[in-house]
Ligand binder design. Structure first.
Ligand SMILES: [Fe+2]
Length: 500
């Protein structure tokens, strides 16, 4: 990458039906034995934008930030990010196409005539009407499987993209070509992986706005206690403390929620609520408790949702609530127990999740029983990352893990949850056969496409990598259930059979 003012890592974040955040980087990143210096400002954070190619009618100014990961003696891969620019374009028209170029060199800023930038990009704001196509992926990483998935997703020409966390897997690398052994993962990362990921995804994300949430691989806990620093710096979201004009505070342990949950709307079509499976407060205080800040926010957000304005209501979360894969089995069950009553009370239609590196779609389900009051859960963590695919189902294992018989001893599970949440189905902690609510499951890499057709009907399709861009392996029509307030009481059959 050159040291000039050329732009890279260009991506768009969906902010509202009339606004989008344009983000990009300038300067090189730096890797060093110990804390490298942050980048010097070489470019103003300006987007030149207009309704036709090379007809830029507006120059919109934003902010720039950067971050340093200092690992001290722990690793030789201390890192200073490039300069990360963020500019909020507002007053846009749904359905309209915009053309944009990035930045003005600082050396030219003082009244000098500036021609068009070195490269022009374009995007189309999503239409605030049906039909709407959304491309869905999670846990992509950056392998040849990721590239294939990405090409297929681009070919489907979505109006929006959703990403369920675990973007880059930078925290699994010590060097460009050396993985960190799993047993010592945590205090290190190889941050240039964020940059290579940004370059890989630029062809999609410079054209299609993204809605996302964080996964466990975004946490990247630093020796000084900070978490989610790269994620927050590179992929800010609207909402919690981030009203326009966009501003950025350094992410500290006193602001753990900076980027971890938010909601966006496309009036006339849908609302998407992104939640985190990993916040420091929840780990201490318990999901769904009165001390859970995210839960209290979600309650308010759901109460304020007008379904006549946003008929579709979708939750984007990293770790699944309903999965029959052995990997991460019931790992997020505490969140399910805490949040599910709220989710069914307010008639959430679909939950999109990742974390498990495979594909699974459920029928509407709640409390481990098929129930039209519950959402359809779709695990789409099959984006292609280097950790590989999760292939085993808990119910077909020749020898189930020890926790299946004695979950109460808690020695092995839940590994990532401090609370133990012991839910049962048909008297068993682990499934003995594929549950009836598990509609389709297959361990292959791929992506999903959600076509919202009208207020009540949608088509979901899963395209697996094998067989080309349009090899749809799972296809289903999703009809919004009866749901709503009438569903607030748990089904009697489930309560009686829960064994609790
Ligand atoms: Fe994950």
């Amino acid at each position: 990458m050159d040291q000039g003012w050329s732009s890279w890592l260009v991506h768009l974040t969906y902010w509202s039906s009339t606004s989008v955040l344009v983000s990009w980087a300038t300067c090189d990143a730096t890797v060093a034995d110990s804390a490298p210096p942050p980048p010097t400002v070489n470019q103003n954070s300006v987007v030149l934008v207009g309704p036709a190619p090379r007809r830029h009618t507006q120059a919109v100014v934003g902010v720039a930030t950067s971050y340093v990961h200092d690992y001290g003696k722990l690793s030789q891969a201390s890192y200073a990010s490039p300069l990360l620019h963020h500019v909020l374009l507002s007053g846009l028209t749904p359905g309209a196409t915009y053309y944009y170029t990035l930045g003005v060199p600082v050396s030219l800023a003082a009244g000098a005539a500036v021609g068009p930038g070195p490269k022009e990009y374009s995007f189309k704001m999503p239409r605030a009407s049906f039909p709407l196509r959304i491309g869905v992926m999670s846990d992509p990483g950056q392998t040849y499987n990721t590239s294939e998935m990405l090409q297929h997703l681009i070919a489907s020409q979505p109006s929006l993209v959703m990403l369920g966390g675990d973007f880059t897997y930078a925290d699994t690398w010590l060097k460009p070509d050396e993985h960190i052994p799993e047993e010592v993962q945590g205090p290190y990362s190889y941050q240039p992986k964020w940059d290579t990921w940004g370059r890989l995804f630029e062809p999609l994300l410079s054209r299609v706005p993204l809605i996302h949430t964080n996964g466990n691989h975004e946490i990247e806990a630093l020796p000084d206690g900070r978490r989610n620093v790269a994620y927050n710096s590179r992929f800010p979201v609207p909402g919690v403390g981030r009203a326009a004009p966009v501003s950025f505070e350094p992410v500290t342990s006193s602001s753990p929620y900076s980027n971890l949950y938010h909601a966006v709307e496309l009036p006339g079509v849908l609302k998407v609520i992104s939640l985190t499976s990993y916040s420091p407060d929840q780990e201490k205080k318990g999901f769904g408790s009165s001390r859970d800040e995210q839960y209290k926010w979600l309650q308010q957000e759901l109460e304020n949702t007008d379904r006549s304005v946003t008929p579709w209501l979708i939750l984007l979360v990293h770790a699944p609530w309903y999965s029959t894969y052995a990997s991460h089995f019931k790992e997020n069950d505490c969140m399910r127990e805490g949040y599910e009553p709220l989710v069914t009370q307010y008639d959430v239609d679909i939950m999109l999740v990742g974390h498990v590196h495979a594909y699974e779609r459920t029928k509407p389900v709640r409390n481990y029983y098929m129930d039209t009051c519950g959402p359809v859960h779709i695990t789409i963590g099959d984006g292609g990352n280097s950790e590989g695919m999760n292939k085993e189902f808990i119910d077909t294992m020749k020898r189930q893990p020890d926790f299946c018989d004695h979950p109460e001893d808690g020695k092995q599970f839940p590994r990532d949850q401090p609370e133990r949440c012991l839910s049962w189905q048909k008297g068993h902690y682990c499934f003995k056969e594929q549950p009836d609510w598990s509609a389709y499951r297959e361990p292959s890499f791929g992506h999903g496409t959600l076509d919202l057709l009208n207020k009540t009907h949608a088509t979901w399709s899963w395209t697996k990598n094998q067989g080309g861009a349009f090899n749809v392996a799972d296809l289903v029509t999703i009809v919004r259930g009866s749901g709503g307030k009438a569903c607030s009481a748990p089904p009697a059959a489930a309560a009686a059979a829960s064994g609790r």
